[in-house]
Design a protein around this ligand. Structure first.
Ligand code: TAP
Length: 478
């Protein structure tokens, strides 16, 4: 049976709109299977979407938080009802395994439910005043029209973790999803529509980043931009937004390290590193991409890591036995391979993996990596793990903090003092003790430090509404 192809459309002011110019996405695991076709949006379509968002903003902002939250709760229900279809589509379009895709859909629904409940939570505060005849309070108002620019690696969860807090806070949005995963965003937009979201409150424009994305970021009627993606694009967006004084949130790349202490359970360390590095094909911003082990522990750790990695089964994401899917595009695969070649040229040694075949890359472990090597510092965004050796705890901390990034960092130890010292010393927005560098709770703030973020606002949890609201202070004399 031929799997269905999703005919994605722009969603503008409640209307589904196609175009003559379209882009096609083929299943990365089965090159001949068309997964989705989407219109290629230009500046005019972005203008229409922003106008629709602007027109619907007053009515949406004047609804109660409870009523807005109820729409999000119904969206969660609609997504859960289509969970299996959504997971299959993500697996076919983006390439993560069915189990990973199901996890993503469940997480997106949980996120919608969390922000639905925020419609009933206080946003603002009451303050004591120096004037005894004064009622002094703050309220948080929506920012207005928000542009959401999202990457391909979580094609449903990331649009949700931006749109849900934006909407519950009373903003209207225009989403520009990554151009290689339009079908997943289309399904999500259908869930919002089915939940009764008023027309124009959430608009979707498909198309390339250079055209539709840039037009959205430059648009004078877009009050704020929330972007997740690469550092290079993020920096450009930062400059563009600053020029027109638009609020901007940037969540960018990472080079996440795991420190394995001498007292660590090596089986646990190997399991965390293998799943953190090769789960999601390593295509996660919080993927483990570096490991630091203490001198004398390296061989013991590598033996356990290689044994654990051998259990990974590469294949078609729809096969239930598959535990690692393909690399997302041929171009990304070439990039991954070129990072491996560069590492070997710099003096690293291949422990296992490094074999590219079709759109698949075997889980790759490199040893004899030095902190100054490019593979120790630059984001690969693929299933490649660099193992480094430290001669002292101080050197280990220096290596862990030795890249420009600061997204997620982990330590494996049973020494509480070492764990606490790690948490205090490491410059990263997320610290994990005896857990994967990937994965977070929906109610906890998430974001990076240093080059992993512009650091002004956190996503997820209660903090997300900081970005999507403005504070107003009201003095009522009586
Ligand atoms: P990017 O190439 O940066 O693309 C992200 C989004 O920006 C896409 O929608 C892209 O459109 C769009 N875009 C590209 N150029 C643009 C421009 N000039 N103006 C406005 N928008 C533009 O990233 P990616 O390859 O999709 O995702 C991988 C990167 O995202 C990695 O660096 C990863 O670490 C990062 N990431 C970070 C996080 C967090 S939370 N920190 C989470 C996931 C991913 P097109 O799709 O058309 O290019």
């Amino acid at each position: 049976m031929t799997a269905a192809c999703v005919e994605a459309r722009h969603l503008i002011g409640g209307r589904w709109i196609g175009a003559e110019r379209t882009a096609r996405r083929w299943n990365p695991a089965r090159g001949d299977e068309l997964v989705s076709v989407a219109p290629v949006g230009d500046r005019n379509i972005v203008d229409e979407a922003v106008a629709a968002a602007r027109a619907s903003a007053p009515a949406w902002a004047s609804m109660t938080g409870e009523a807005r939250g109820a729409v999000l709760a119904r969206t969660a229900g609609a997504l859960r009802a289509r969970a299996s279809e959504a997971a299959t589509l993500i697996a076919r379009e983006e390439g993560k395994t069915l189990a990973e895709a199901s996890g993503e859909v469940g997480r997106a629904a949980a996120m919608l439910e969390f922000y639905a409940s925020l419609g009933r939570q206080p946003l603002g505060s009451t303050l004591p005043s120096a004037d005894g005849s004064m009622h002094l309070y703050t309220t948080r108002e929506p920012v207005g029209v928000v542009g959401l620019v999202t990457p391909w690696n979580f094609p449903i969860a990331i649009p949700v973790w931006k749109a849900a807090p934006a909407l519950v806070a009373g903003n209207t949005v225009v989403v520009k999803p990554a151009s290689i995963v339009p079908g997943s965003m289309h399904l999500l937009a259908e869930c919002f529509e089915e939940a009764g979201l008023p027309a124009g409150v959430l608009n979707v424009v498909h198309g390339s980043g250079g055209e539709a994305g840039q037009a959205l970021v430059e648009h004078p009627e877009v009050d704020a931009i929330s972007f997740t993606g690469s550092g290079a694009v993020g920096r450009r967006i930062n400059i563009t937004a600053a020029e027109r004084m638009a609020r901007v949130q940037l969540e960018l790349g990472g080079k996440n390290g795991m420190l394995v202490m001498p007292d660590a359970d090596m089986e646990l360390a190997a399991d965390l590193c293998a799943r953190g590095a090769f789960g999601l094909t390593g295509q996660a911003c919080t993927a483990t991409s570096r490991v630091v082990v203490m001198e004398g522990d390296e061989q013991r750790f590598l033996d356990a890591l290689v044994a654990r990695t051998m259990q990974i089964r590469i294949g078609d994401p729809l096969d239930p036995d598959t535990t690692m899917g393909p690399v997302v595009t041929e171009q990304q695969l070439r990039t991954d391979v070129s990072w491996i070649e560069r590492a070997l040229a710099d003096g690293a040694e291949l422990v296992s993996g490094g074999v590219a075949s079709g759109s698949f890359l075997t889980p790759t472990i490199l040893r004899r990596v030095e902190p100054e090597h490019a593979i120790a510092r630059e984001e690969v965004f693929g299933p490649v793990l660099a193992v480094m050796v430290a001669r002292s705890p101080e050197e280990a901390m220096r290596i862990m903090n030795g890249t420009e990034y600061g997204l997620s960092a982990g330590i494996v130890t049973s020494d509480l003092a070492a764990a606490m010292e790690f948490s205090r010393t490491i410059d990263a927005g997320v610290i994990k003790v005896n857990r994967l560098t990937t994965g977070t709770d929906v109610n906890a703030p998430f974001g990076g430090m240093r080059a992993s973020s512009n650091g002004l606002f956190r996503e997820q949890g209660f903090s997300a509404t900081d970005f999507f609201t403005r504070v107003k202070t009201t003095y009522v004399g009586f």
